[in-house]
Each structure stands twice: as C-alpha cells, then as structure tokens.
Design a protein around this ligand. Sequence first.
Ligand code: PBG
Length: 330
Amino acid sequence: MNIYDLPLRPRRNRRTEAIRSLVREHGVLASDLIQPMFICEGKNQREPIASMPGISRLSMDLAVEECKILSDLGVNAAALFPAISDSKKDKLAKESKNPNGLLQNAIQAIKSAVPGFCVITDVAMDPYSSDGHDGFVNEDGEIVNDETLPILASMAVAQARAGADIVAPSDMMDGRVSVIREALDENGFTNVGILAYAAKYASSFYGPFRDALSSAPKSGDKKTYQMDPGNVREALHEVELDINEGADIVMVKPGLPYLDVLRAVAETSSVPVAVYNVSGEYAMLRAASERGWIDYKKAVLETLLGFKRAGADMILTYHAREAAEWMGGK
Ligand code: PBG
C-alpha cells in the first residue's frame, strides 16, 4: 500500500526485532555495571533496608558470596559502603583508617576470594563521622575544607593497603583528588585508581542511602560542598579540576534528574565517565512496581539504557545484580 507518496519511512527500520537490533545505537552490558554494597558487622547477617526493597546490608562473609555471584554474572565491580556502629563514630572519623576496621576487612576478604573482581571504596567522612558530614565540622558548625583533606588521604591509603583497586572520593571537598593521589603515590599505591565524584549534587534522592548507613547529617545540610541542582557549567569546572588533579574516572550523581549534566560531561571529559543511579531512584522504581504501576524489569532496563545513551561508560546501580540476571549473565 502506498496511498501517499512517502519515500522516507523511518518505520522500515523498526519493522522486526532483527532489524531493530541491527540499527540500535546503544546497549547495556553486565560489564558496564557496578553494584553498590552496604557492609555490616557480624557473620551471616543480611539486614534488609526498608526504603530499598531487595537491598540488604551484608556481613563480610555474605558480601564475599555476593561478589562471586556478581562476577559469575559478568558484573566485575562493587562499590563498598560500611555501616559503622554509632559507638565507633567520632568527629575525626578515626575508625576510617583502622587497618582492621569493617571496610578494610571486607576489602581483604573479597580480594582474596575473588582476586579479579574490582573493589571500589568510598572516601568521605560521613559513614564514620559523629556529625554525619562528609568533612570535618569545626566549633562554629562549619564544614571545613583543608582540615578534611588529610583525613580523606589517610582513609584512602588505608583502603588501598587493604587491597582496594579504586578509591572513590564522594565528599566534594576542594583539592581532595590531588591530596589523595599524592598520598597514594607516596605510599607506593601508584596503581590504585581514583574515581572522583566530580559533579555530585546536593540532592533529595540520597535519603534511602542515609537510612542504610544511619549517616544523615546531625545538623544542617550538605549544600556548602555538594553542588546546587541549578548548575551545569559548574559541573564542567569540577570535572576539569578533578581530571587535572589526577582523577582516572569522573562521575555524575545522581543520575536520572541529571542526564543533561551527564551528556555535557561525556562530551568534554578526557577520562571515562561514570553515573550513579542513586538510592532514591532505585526506591522510586521499586515503589511503583510494588503498586503494580510499572513493569519493573522493563523500566529498570530502559533506565540503564538511558544512562548509556546519555554518555555513561559505567553505571553504579542497585539494580546491577538483577539486571545482569535478566541479561542472561556473561
Ligand atoms: C556520602 C555518599 C552519599 C551517597 C554516596 N556517598 C550520600 C550523601 O552524600 O549524603 C549516596 C548514594 C545513594 O543515594 O545511593 N559520601
């Protein structure tokens, strides 16, 4: 039927799945995904997080098992976050450099059980801080930049010493990438990479994560260090600084409300680009799915594809394991 004289018919390329698969520009692989993982004390502990159905805090032994499963599914990396008990938190986050601390022990256990698996660790004070801030809080309640830097540097060195492949500063202090790079190099960890949370926004989508770690700020908010949601030029500045300071990978966070920032960063960055599909984004899809309002599996895969299309090379996502299972493993 050619009722109208229409030589150009884009629908021809959508006619069958075989053709659609040929013309598809972007796709998601299990190897693009990084599973964020919450680590808790104890043995054989799996503590569900109410605001993140399907995600639990795992004790070290179960975290090791989880990494083996991820690796078999083709997910080659996890980003670890420790849930530190309140009694171990203080103003200086001293527990963060304990060579036998929870995180350091978990890194060692995972690296010795699954040596090829990439362990990424978080560098920021908040899981360890009695103030719940990513930086050091002085007597005036100010989150002070330069006093925070050596704390972050020794935290990163402790993680590298335990076997971390990549350290990921998520704190948004100025100059932290260069201070961490210098400290790693001085201690012989020239092969340990830095994934910089370069453009991290002061977002309302981190709530479930703070539930998971009991790490919400005790007072104030994070707006003096995390970025203002209205800005994109500033994101490019932050990315440029982090690359100049030695970042091996830069990240945009959160993901879904910031796809334009991700695209802008992907177009200008000279190093690979990561995106963090954060806890609140995960919770939204879970909640809508529990109500039967969306097809969860399709919505997750479409979301992950959106990050790739926007320019992400890799995606930190709580959906990593399930998505890899749906993709059929390696
Ligand atoms: C803190 C940190 C946060 C996340 C990762 N690292 C929370 C915050 O900045 O308050 C959030 C991740 C998520 O919501 O999934 N250094």
